[in-house]
Write a protein that binds this ligand. Structure first.
Ligand code: HEC
Length: 307
């Protein structure tokens, strides 16, 4: 049994056709990876999806290798029971096994040398959302199709667990930590980023700003060259956004899962052929503070969806 978010109308009349949307969460193991000892890790993907209602099967589908890790499955059915009955999400059962391979190509642009880049004026600030295609936006807009919500629901469970307080710190990028962060950030969805910089925090903001404008890595690039000077342009087919951290943690289709802002920043650093900072490193914390300050006034979108 895998976790699933089920969305369906609250009620329906007998004989009425209703649409049921399900988002299933599942780990993705391609069957091609090996453990440190060289043993093949068995494939583990969603192979079969069966939806039952009060014990009776209403929908079934067999899935094959090209399935996503967290597929959205929508289907229509006739209401099966008496008035006010609801489809019980606990009765959605999912069987697992064999495989998916995702190939991601990465090509980097050689950008022209930029002068001292100017900060983006407030009126021109745009979330990464606005650079996304119609499908990605639609996926983010509708809670029934936004896979990031799978983690938010986990967070809800975590937040209720009182035993947590005495537990060891949650690991960076672990499902538990992402779930908790997504859950907490989602409480601020739609609210503007309001960041207070005082004397004690000012040096950290300054350090973050310096990192953003400093050229680094084998390509000798600064964050600002892409995100202040070339936003709106494309890099290997992906739109270059303004790098606002409004949607994190967010669901990335390429990751087939939720990821933190630091994971995203590590990708950008790797793209610059620079040594990525470790998770939780002071350089990241400063950079994140600067990015938040740079996006002040913009609305939180967590969990956003990006390609
Ligand atoms: C060579 C150009 C380039 C450089 C240099 C670069 N990035 Fe990026 N960055 C991108 C592209 C392209 C994307 C969007 C990729 C996508 O979503 O598919 C992105 C995405 C982001 C995002 C996510 C925005 C969102 O809406 O989700 C953040 C934040 C970000 N970059 C910050 C940084 C920081 C900080 C640096 C410097 C350490 C940096 N980037 C350096 C090209 C660059």
């Amino acid at each position: 049994m895998a976790r699933a978010v089920v969305t369906l109308p609250a009620q329906a009349r007998r004989g009425e056709i209703i649409e049921i949307k399900t988002l299933a969460a599942h780990p993705m193991e391609t069957g091609f990876r090996r453990t440190q000892l060289g043993e093949l890790i068995p494939r583990d993907i969603i192979r079969r999806f069966v939806c039952t209602y009060n014990g009776a099967e209403v929908f079934r589908v067999d899935l094959h290798p090209a399935v996503a890790a967290n597929p959205l499955i929508a289907f229509t059915t006739e209401r099966l029971c008496r008035d006010r009955d609801r489809l019980d999400p606990r009765r959605v059962s999912i069987c697992t096994r064999p495989c998916l391979v995702l190939a991601a190509a990465c090509v980097f642009l050689d950008l022209r040398a930029a002068g001292a880049a100017a900060e983006i004026p407030p009126a021109e600030r745009r979330s990464g959302y606005e650079f996304m295609g119609r499908e990605t936006r639609a996926m983010q807009d509708d809670d029934a199709t936004n896979p990031g919500l799978l983690w938010v629901l986990d967070g809800e469970i975590n937040a209720c667990r009182t035993g947590r307080q005495k537990a060891a710190p949650l690991a960076f990028e672990s499902r538990d930590l992402l779930a908790l962060t997504a859950y907490v950030a989602r409480q601020s969805r739609g609210l503007p980023i309001d960041i207070a910089i005082d004397e004690p925090t000012r040096p950290f903001l300054q350090a973050g700003r310096e990192t953003f404008y400093r050229r680094q890595g084998q390509l000798n690039l600064a964050c600002a060259q892409c995100h202040d000077d070339h936003w709106g342009a494309k890099l290997a087919g992906s739109p270059i956004t303004q790098a606002h951290p409004t949607g994190y943690p967010l669901y990335r289709l390429e990751w087939q899962g939720l990821g933190s802002l630091e994971r995203r920043l590590r990708s950008c650093l790797a793209g610059m052929r620079a040594e990525p900072y470790a998770y939780g490193a002071p350089e990241f914390v400063d950079l994140e503070l600067y990015l938040m300050w740079r996006a002040r006034g913009m609305k939180i979108e967590t969990p956003a969806v990006r390609p």
